[in-house]
Design a protein around this ligand. Structure first.
Ligand SMILES: Cc1ncc(COP(=O)(O)O)c(C=O)c1O
Length: 412
C-alpha cells in the first residue's frame, strides 16, 4: 500500500486547520519567488547580504577549531539559554558597540531574530491583544505576531522614524492597553528610516507614562554608512521595560541562524526560556560554538564590519543616483543612512503588486509595499534592497525598474 495515498479530500476532511492559519499570508512572497527564479532577473527583493563578503575562510577555520577543541560537546544537546562563552561575548560586544550594559544571564541565544519575534509573541500575546507597530512595519514581525492572533495599532513614521506625538495619542485612545510597542529604530525594514535621538527619548517617556514595554529589534544598527551613530533605546532606558534583540545575520552571515534577546526585566527571561524549549530545545550547539570561535579572534568581527561598510555605502549611493536618473517624475524614495533597504513611492495609480506581475518582462524584481502596511491600503510603494546586487547589476536593474514603471504609467 502506498504511504501517501493521494486524496483531495484530506485537506477539507481530515486536517482541520487552526483558525490562526487563515491570517498567515504568503501570496506576495510567492509572486516574488516566481519572478526571482527566472534566469537573468536582477532582484532587489530579498534582504540578502552580499554573498561575496561572507567570511567563508575565517568561518571554516572557526569550525575546524570547534571540532578539534570540543567536537563531542559541539555535537551534543545543550542548554536552552545558550552557550555561555558566546553569551559573555555578546555582553562585551553590546557594551562596546552599543553602550548596553547586560549580564550573560539576561542574554538568551535564539535561532535567528525571527525566532525571537515568535517567542515574544508566544510569551506575551493572547488572541486579540494589541501590538503597536510602525507603519509600514517589518513583515516578518507581522507574520510572527499574526500567528498569536494579535491586533495592531499603527503609528505613522516620517524621516525621523515613528512619530512619538502620534504614539502618545494612539496609546491614550487605545481601546485596551497594548501589550507591546515593537520598533526597528535603526534603518528600518522596510523603509530604511532611523528614529532620531529626540524621538528615542520621547518614545521611552511615552511608553513609561503608559506602562508599556518596548521591543527594540536592531539587526542593522552596525551597518551605518553616513551620519552619527545613535544610542539604542535599551541603552538610553537602562534596560527598564525593554526587550533588545539583534543577530549575527547582518554582521557575519544569516545562514548561521544565531541571534540574541536581551531580557533585563525580572521574570521575563524565565518565561521566554520554556517558550524556546518547546520550540527547538536550543539553538544549534555547533553553530553557537563556531560563532564564538569566529568572534573571539581579536578584531575579526569589527574588521569584517569595517570591510562591508564601504561596499554597501557605494551600492546605496549608486542606487540613489540611478533612481534619480531612471524613475519617472512623481516618484520619491527614502535616503537611508545605513541598513540594506530603501523605500520607494511611485506615482499614484501604479499598483506595485500588479507591476511585479509584469516584472518578468523587464527581468527585475522588488517587494511590493502593500503587505508592509497595516490597517491601510497603500498600493504605490515598494522595498528595494541595495546590498545584494553587484554595482553593474544594480545600475541595470534600477534602469529596468524605471522603464517598467514608465511603461506601466503609459499604459494606464
Ligand atoms: C527587522 C528585522 N527583524 C528580524 C529579522 C530576522 O533576522 P534573522 O536573520 O536574525 O532571523 C530581519 C531580517 O531581515 C529584520 O529585517
Amino acid at each position: 500500500m502506498s504511504l501517501a495515498a493521494p486524496s483531495n479530500r484530506a485537506d477539507t476532511h481530515v486536517f482541520r486547520y487552526a483558525q490562526r492559519m487563515g491570517r498567515l499570508k504568503a501570496s506576495a512572497i510567492r509572486e516574488i519567488l516566481k519572478v526571482t527564479e527566472l534566469p537573468d532577473v536582477i532582484s532587489f527583493a530579498g534582504g540578502l547580504p552580499a554573498p561575496e563578503l561572507f567570511p567563508v575562510v575565517e568561518f571554516g577555520r572557526a569550525c575546524q577549531e570547534v571540532l578539534a577543541e570540543s567536537g563531542a560537546a559541539a555535537l551534543q544537546y545543550s542548554v536552552t539559554e545558550g552557550y555561555m562563552p558566546l553569551r559573555r561575548w555578546i555582553c562585551e560586544y553590546l557594551r562596546t558597540s552599543n553602550s548596553i550594559e547586560c549580564e550573560p544571564e539576561q542574554v538568551l541565544i535564539i535561532s535567528g531574530s525571527q525566532q525571537g519575534l515568535d517567542l515574544i509573541g508566544k510569551t506575551l500575546l493572547d488572541p486579540g491583544d494589541y501590538v503597536v507597530i510602525e507603519n509600514p512595519a517589518y513583515l516578518g514581525a507581522i507574520q510572527a505576531f499574526d500567528a498569536y492572533e494579535a491586533r495592531y495599532l499603527n503609528v505613522a513614521s516620517d524621516d525621523d522614524g515613528m512619530r512619538t506625538e502620534d504614539l502618545d495619542r494612539t496609546l491614550r485612545q487605545a481601546p485596551v492597553k497594548p501589550k507591546l510597542v515593537y520598533i526597528v529604530p535603526n534603518f528600518e525594514n522596510p523603509t530604511g528610516v532611523t528614529l532620531s535621538l529626540r524621538r528615542r527619548h520621547e518614545l521611552i517617556q511615552v511608553c513609561a507614562d503608559h506602562g508599556i514595554p518596548i521591543y527594540e529589534d536592531d539587526p542593522y544598527g552596525r551597518l551605518r554608512y553616513s551620519g552619527e551613530p545613535l544610542p539604542s533605546i535599551t541603552a538610553l532606558a537602562k534596560g527598564r521595560n525593554t526587550i533588545y534583540m539583534s543577530t549575527v545575520s547582518k554582521i557575519i552571515a544569516p545562514g548561521m541562524r544565531v541571534a540574541w534577546l536581551v531580557l533585563p526585566e525580572p521574570g521575563l527571561y524565565e518565561r521566554v526560556v520554556p517558550a524556546k524549549q518547546a520550540a527547538d530545545l536550543h539553538t544549534s550547539s555547533f553553530t553557537q560554538r563556531a560563532v564564538y570561535a569566529y568572534a573571539r579572534v581579536p578584531g575579526q568581527v569589527e574588521g569584517h564590519i569595517a570591510d562591508m561598510l564601504p561596499v554597501y555605502r557605494r551600492r546605496r549611493d549608486l542606487m540613489l543616483q540611478t533612481l534619480a536618473r531612471a524613475m519617472p517624475k512623481g516618484s520619491s524614495w527614502t535616503h537611508p543612512d545605513g541598513g540594506l533597504f530603501l523605500w520607494a513611492r511611485v506615482p499614484e495609480g501604479v499598483d506595485t503588486q500588479e507591476l511585479l506581475t509584469h516584472a518578468s518582462e523587464k527581468k527585475v524584481a522588488f517587494v511590493p509595499g502593500a503587505p508592509f502596511w497595516v490597517n491601510a491600503d497603500v498600493r504605490n510603494t515598494m522595498r528595494l534592497n541595495f546590498s545584494n546586487a553587484s554595482e553593474s547589476a544594480l545600475v541595470t536593474g534600477i534602469e529596468r525598474l524605471g522603464d517598467l514603471v514608465k511603461t506601466h504609467l503609459a499604459r494606464a
